[in-house]
Design a protein around this ligand. Structure first.
Ligand SMILES: [Cu+2]
Length: 71
């Protein structure tokens, strides 16, 4: 399992948090997702077949591009 945290500046409210958590959990291999409205950070715990590239692609697709990996 890998845990990574990303800075996602487009997060602006609780709906964003819910959408991101729901969509990322659909990705096969993703075990846990925590999005935070205040810090605009998303922490994802995952294993294969999920990859950071697939996570980044999905975030782009749903309108919440990752600005940078912070942890
Ligand atoms: Cu929102």
């Amino acid at each position: 399992m890998v845990t990574e945290t990303y800075y996602v500046p487009a997060i602006s409210c609780g709906h964003c948090v819910m959408t991101i958590q729901r969509e990322l959990k659909e990705l096969e291999g993703v075990a846990e997702v925590k999005a935070d409205e205040q810090t605009k950070r998303v922490t994802v715990t995952y294993d294969a077949p999920a990859t950071s590239e697939k996570i980044a692609a999905l975030m782009d697709e749903i309108g919440y591009p990752i600005a940078e990996r912070v942890n």
